[in-house]
Design a protein around this ligand. Structure first.
Ligand SMILES: Nc1ncnc2c1ncn2[C@@H]1O[C@H](COP(=O)(O)OP(=O)(O)OP(=O)(O)O)[C@@H](O)[C@H]1O
Ligand SMILES: [Mg+2]
Length: 524
């Protein structure tokens, strides 16, 4: 009963990029199935589809990650066939990609990452660091970012800053076509505005862009046309002027979606988790406090949202509570009134605390292990008899869990790293629910997740709250914080600067609180 493919007419000659009948399979599983796509110079094309629809795969075909010969179909740049055998080949053809998963080398400095593979050299071949630093600084300035020292290794920066560095790196390549694969997933509102302004500017300079995002309001704002794919197939391409976000969603999922937040009445009970006077020192510069004397309480069945800008200390706070903060920290923790010492995530899980981390690539998953085993990893002991794992019981459990959250993978033994971004997130979430925690901490739970999956995750969070689990949700998406939370804490500069009961609370209230500190005022 599919929607008939709709094609907006594009004058063939004016196209910078033409992809015709692109197909790509992995071990016999079709990820992209005969997709056509065109982009003109100076145009931004939105590429939309559910998690696992094939967007990233299609763009990896274009950018040479999957070399010529490993996919079907044809790519033309200015009408000339492109046979890229590597990323370097596609870069020479003027294509740059900002990958969905951060690809920076953590140990190298910001400058070295930005110039990786195209270092500026002096006569004699030595690297010209002053010139590269200067250029890197200029790029970051262009992006309107401060607070990044270009000589510092990238690992000192959180995922928000890393994403900005990644964007700077792509811009530095002076490409004719730039692919943005979920560029704003770790950015807050202010930085996203900067990003959208940059895309608008690129368009004015005649650069072509492909913009992939689950944040459809961004797509609506910056894209001229939108191509929707579903299950690897092209569903339609239309000018944005003839679309709205609602229509895009319907094309993406093939049906109408209901209410995003179906709040269920849930009873809020006694205090389960109490954290007092938590202070976290910066890993690099211990004189700086990332979290400064924060105390909080969460009750049974309560959903506590934590809002704030990047660098406000939210992730540091919840990592400390979960025993995963890499630096020095102090503070007291009580669960059900009893003091607990949580010095590692394992200890946290034993105490009844689970966390789904923001950066799943580094803390959430074992990349090359199957999806299924990744899910049951934290509770392997449950499936052991006399110390031996009962493989059948374990398999039964992960099959069940994968169905429950609709984790899409051709097999539970497929390495989790090869799943689409959103499906990885669902798998990590599923895994943390298995130990039946008293307190569940979710750091950016729907980052990179499509609208349908978001709805599933929200429903699950309300269900868990109704079952009496105390939940902390850290999120940069204001609608998400407001839609989920019973109570909202706003953090800025490591401190709590607002504590609200969510009764008709508005985005403006949260923003005002986050920006209230005098040295924080920005002209966003
Ligand atoms: N290296 C791989 N090996 C096996 N299967 C893969 C591999 N890469 C992608 N896939 C599969 O191909 C399909 C498309 O994945 P892709 O990453 O392109 O989706 P996506 O549209 O980018 O989704 P998301 O919005 O979640 O990022 C998925 O079913 C995924 O599991
Ligand atoms: Mg993707």
């Amino acid at each position: 009963m599919g929607t008939e493919p709709q094609h907006a007419v594009v004058d063939g000659d004016a196209c910078l990029l033409r992809m015709r009948g692109i197909s790509k399979s992995f071990a016999g599983v079709v990820a992209v199935d005969g997709v056509d796509l065109q982009v003109r110079a100076g145009e931004c094309l939105g590429l939309c589809g559910e998690n696992g629809a094939g967007k990233s795969t299609l763009m990896k075909v274009l950018s040479g990650v999957y070399p010529h010969g490993s996919y079907g179909g044809e790519i033309l740049i200015d009408g000339v066939p492109l046979h890229a055998h590597s990323v370097a080949d596609s870069e020479r053809a003027g294509i740059a990609i900002i990958h969905q998963e951060l690809m920076l080398v953590p140990e190298l400095s910001v400058t070295e990452n930005i110039f990786l593979g195209r270092e500026i050299r002096r006569f004699g071949g030595r690297m010209d660091y002053p010139a590269m630093h200067q250029r890197a600084e200029a790029l970051l300035r262009e992006l309107g970012i401060d607070g990044i020292k270009v000589g510092q290794p990238v690992l000192y920066y959180g995922s928000g800053h890393q994403q900005l560095i990644e964007i700077a790196k792509a811009l530095g390549k002076q490409a004719r076509l730039i692919i943005f694969d979920e560029p704003s997933s770790s950015l807050t509102a202010t930085e996203t505005r900067t990003l959208l302004a940059i895309v608008a500017d690129l368009k004015r300079r005649g650069v072509a862009c492909v913009y992939i995002s689950h944040k459809l309001d961004e797509v609506a704002e910056v894209c001229d046309r939108v191509t929707v794919i579903r299950d690897g197939r092209h569903i339609g391409t239309q000018p944005m002027a003839e679309l709205d976000t609602h229509r895009i969603v319907t094309m993406m999922v093939g049906r109408e979606l209901g209410q995003m937040f179906e709040r269920k009445p849930h009873a809020i009970g006694e205090v389960v988790l109490e954290a007092s006077h938590v202070t976290c020192l910066d890993v690099v510069n211990p004189r700086r406090k990332r979290v400064d004397d924060v105390s909080l309480q969460v009750r049974r069945g309560e959903i506590l949202g934590i809002a704030g800008l990047i660098g406000a200390g939210r992730t540091e706070l919840v990592s400390a509570i979960y025993g995963a903060y890499p630096g020095t920290w102090q503070g007291e923790l009580r669960i059900d009134g009893k003091p607990v010492r949580v010095r590692s995530p394992q200890a946290a899980v034993r105490a009844g605390l689970c966390m789904v981390p923001e950066d799943r690539k580094h803390h959430g998953i074992v990349p090359l292990m199957g999806v299924g085993p990744n899910i049951t990893l934290s509770v392997l002991g449950h499936y052991a008899r006399a110390g031996v794992i009962d493989g059948n019981r374990e398999a039964h459990a992960f099959h069940h869990e994968m169905r429950r959250l609709n984790v899409r993978a051709s097999s539970p033994m497929l390495p989790i790293a090869s799943l689409s971004g959103g499906n990885q997130q669902k798998a990590v979430l599923t895994r943390m629910l298995l130990p039946e925690p008293k307190v569940l901490i979710l750091d950016e739970p729907t980052r990179g997740v499509d609208v349908g999956a978001k709805q599933e995750i929200y429903r699950l969070i309300f269900d868990l709250a109704a079952r009496g689990i105390a939940i902390i949700v850290v999120s940069s998406e204001m609608p998400e914080v407001l839609g989920l939370s019973d109570r909202v804490l706003v953090m800025a500069d490591g401190r709590v600067c607002g504590d609200f009961i969510n009764d008709g609370l508005r985005q403006e209230d949260l923003l005002a609180a986050a920006l209230a500190l005098p040295h924080r005022i920005e002209n966003a």
